[in-house]
Design a protein around this ligand. Structure first.
Ligand code: GAR
Length: 187
């Protein structure tokens, strides 16, 4: 049996990437075990998946990001967690926080970085008549959506594409790309 890396997934909302990571991590070959889910929103839909799969979870308000980080760090250290996946977590973590994990903090973003950092990516892609978009898994630094890229997947923009249809098609690719990127990191 592979000795799994103890991981935590940070979420803020829907949690479909969390679900895909939970499903992947149920395989004995997958390199990480999700020992904790942290949400900065108490009503985040993704918390349902933590409950369903009996994964411990915590909700810490991020109104004060320093307090959020302090509370998170305390429990992460206690659980000896060494790897963090941000999955739709919509806050920026400080350099001080990230370095506690030897920079093993990764994120998934719904664009082909370095293009379209930040929010409303799909709307901006369509407004600019881009022919393709996609998703990126990258290491997290204090600079928004800017760390080293681990993997990307391109998605062609269709005729009559809407924000909703593009979001759904990119999200479907994210669910495959995120586990693949984690396998690659620990290969
Ligand atoms: C995903 O598309 C993810 O890439 C994006 O939020 C969505 C969360 O969906 N993240 C960002 O925009 C971070 N900058 P999910 O909650 O269903 O996983």
């Amino acid at each position: 049996m592979v000795k799994k890396i103890k991981a935590c997934v940070f979420i803020s909302g829907n949690g479909s990437n969390l679900l895909s990571l939970i499903k992947s991590s149920r395989s004995y070959k997958f390199p990480i075990k999700i020992e904790l889910v942290i949400s900065n929103k108490k009503n985040a839909n993704g918390l349902k998946f933590a409950k369903k799969y009996s994964i411990p979870y915590k909700v810490f308000s991020s109104n004060n990001i320093k307090i959020f980080e302090r509370k998170s760090l305390f429990i992460l250290k206690k659980k000896k967690i060494t790897f963090i996946c941000l999955a739709g977590f919509m806050k920026i973590l400080s350099q001080n926080f990230i370095k506690n994990f030897k920079y093993k903090v990764i994120n998934i973003h719904p664009s082909l970085l370095p293009k379209y950092k930040g929010i409303n990516t799909h709307k901006r892609v369509l407004d600019n008549n881009e022919k393709c978009s996609g998703c990126t898994v990258h290491f997290v630094t204090q600079k928004l959506d800017s760390g080293k890229i681990i993997l990307q997947k391109k998605v062609l923009v269709k005729k009559n594409e809407t924000e909703k249809s593009l979001r759904e098609r990119v999200l479907k690719e994210e669910h495959k790309l995120y586990p693949e990127a984690i396998r690659l990191i620990f290969k």
